[in-house]
Each structure stands twice: as C-alpha cells, then as structure tokens.
Write a protein that binds this ligand. Structure first.
Ligand SMILES: NC(=O)c1ccc[n+]([C@@H]2O[C@H](COP(=O)([O-])OP(=O)(O)OC[C@H]3O[C@@H](n4cnc5c(N)ncnc54)[C@H](O)[C@@H]3O)[C@@H](O)[C@H]2O)c1
Length: 246
C-alpha cells in the first residue's frame, strides 16, 4: 500500500473530488482528516470508513484560526505527511454583474484559502524536511471561460502560487504540485441544467465528463513517493479539454 502509516488532510473532503480522494487514501493505507463545512456528509464518511482511519473537522479554509486548529488536530491524530488542498466553490456571473462580495467570497475560499492551508502545512513540514502538497486548480486556471471571472482568476492564481511554494521548499524535502481537473460530475455542477452539461461534455475530446475518482488517482499519485521527482508542476486531468479543438 502506497500510503501506509502516513497522515493526510483533505480540505473539501466531504464531497465530490475530495471525497473520492479520502476513499483512495484510506484504500492505500493512509489516515485522513477531512476539513469541510458539510458536517453531515463528512461524519457519514467517517462512519463508513471507520474512526481509526478518518476523522472529520468543521473548518472554513478562509479562516486562519480554524486552519491553524485543523493542523493541531491533525498532528494529534495522524501527522501531516500530505495535504490535498481541494476545498472550493463554483461561481457563474458575468463580470459586469459580479459584486465586490461575489468576487471576494470566491477569492477568499478558492485562492486565499489554498494559501492559508498551504502556509500552515509548511509550519509542520519544513521542520521535518518532508511533505507533499497538492493544490486543486482547474482547466479554468489555464483557459478563460465567460462568466467565471473570480473563479478563473483564483484558479490561475493557484497554479502560479503552486510554482512559488515549490521553489521555496524544493531544498527542504517538500514537493508542491497542483492538479487541474476538466469538468467532473460532482455537486459543484448541480447548478447547471442538462443542456449546459451536454455542452460542457462536448468540449472534452474524450466525449464525457470526468469522474471524481479519476482526479483522486492523480492527486494520490502526486501525494505519493511515486512522484518523488515532481514538484512545481500542474497535472491536467481533463479528457483533452485544453489540448485544442479536434
Ligand atoms: N467538478 C468540477 O467540474 C471541477 C473542475 C475543476 C476543478 N474543480 C475543483 O475541485 C475542487 C473540489 O470540487 P468538487 O467538484 O469536488 O465540488 P464539491 O462541491 O462536490 O466539493 C467541494 C467541497 O468543498 C467544501 N467547501 C466549500 N467551501 C469550503 C470552505 N470555505 N471551507 C472548507 N470546505 C469548503 C464543500 O462543503 C464541499 O464538500 C474545487 O476546488 C473545485 O474548484 C472542480
């Protein structure tokens, strides 16, 4: 098992891509703290996978104090060998109609939250000179899409933040990478109707949307020692979305 005796944090681990990653980590022998706001879903995952392997903590990743408490709790439960910095929200509004509040909420969670959780991880990983951080970006960090100004800006920021963190920590035994999913069938897409989903599907040359497990596989690879020479990179898992038009 690739992750035996190792401890992880998965933010946004109660649902979708994060949930699939929690399941994968446990399957590979690791222990996990789920940091999320959806207590019902998080606790039912703990009940299913068992309290020896998984614990849930209510954490808003945009709140510095809650993030620091998350790391203290993780240190007591399983240690912080790896972090999947995955919590995020979707947002669709034309730029001209995006209020300051709309903009700030997305930036606070999808960009500042990623930074705050990564910063706390470094406080534990640097003294030990080991650790792996995987940030969840998006195809929308690589290409623009109308009506997603804050989301696209945040995800582009996550990709370049990842490079900076990787450069700062490469000599300290820590690797920092990101994963950029194409559209994946999770609750974040529940706001879209079937017509919109069909359109998005048509943008993926592979002919379908992704499955959460397909992103989890990439995240766990980057978290694991199999990726020991990979840092500062972004792994697109997008069914060819960003490859161009076929
Ligand atoms: N599904 C897609 O098509 C897609 C595509 C590209 C990138 N992503 C990214 O993947 C990540 C996971 O999304 P998903 O598709 O699994 O969505 P999801 O809605 O199923 O899961 C997101 C989780 O994050 C949690 N969360 C939201 N705000 C939070 C906060 N402030 N603090 C802690 N937890 C919070 C939610 O409660 C939820 O459990 C996100 O960063 C998203 O932007 C998703």
């Amino acid at each position: 098992m690739r992750l035996e005796d190792k401890g992880f944090i998965v933010t946004g681990g109660a649902s979708g891509i994060g949930e699939a990653t929690v399941r994968r980590i446990v399957h590979e022998g690791g222990r996990v703290i789920i940091a999320d706001l959806d207590e019902d879903k998080g606790q039912s995952l703990v009940d299913e996978l068992g309290k020896d392997a998984v614990r849930y903590l209510n954490v808003d990743v945009s709140d510095t104090g809650q993030v620091e408490a998350l790391f203290e709790a993780t240190e007591r439960f399983c240690g912080v060998d790896g972090l999947f910095n995955n919590a995020g929200i979707g947002a669709i509004t034309p730029s001209a109609d995006t209020t300051d509040e709309d903009w700030q909420k997305v930036i606070d969670i999808n960009l500042s939250g990623v930074f705050k959780v990564a910063r706390s991880a470094l406080h534990y990983m640097v003294p030990r000179r080991s650790g792996s951080i995987v940030n969840c970006a998006s195809i929308l960090g690589h290409v623009g899409q109308s009506q997603t100004p804050a989301y696209s800006a945040a995800k582009g920021g996550v990709i370049n933040l990842t490079r900076t963190l990787a450069l700062e920590t490469a000599q300290q035994g820590i690797r920092v990478n990101s994963v950029s999913p194409g559209y994946v069938r999770t609750p974040i897409l529940d706001v879209l109707d079937q017509e919109a989903l069909d359109f998005l599907t048509s943008l993926h040359p592979i002919g379908r949307l992704g499955q959460p497990e397909e992103i989890a596989n990439a995240a766990v690879f980057l978290l694991s020692d199999e990726a020991s020479f990979i840092t500062g990179t972004d792994l697109l898992v997008d069914g060819g979305f960003t490859a161009g038009k076929s």
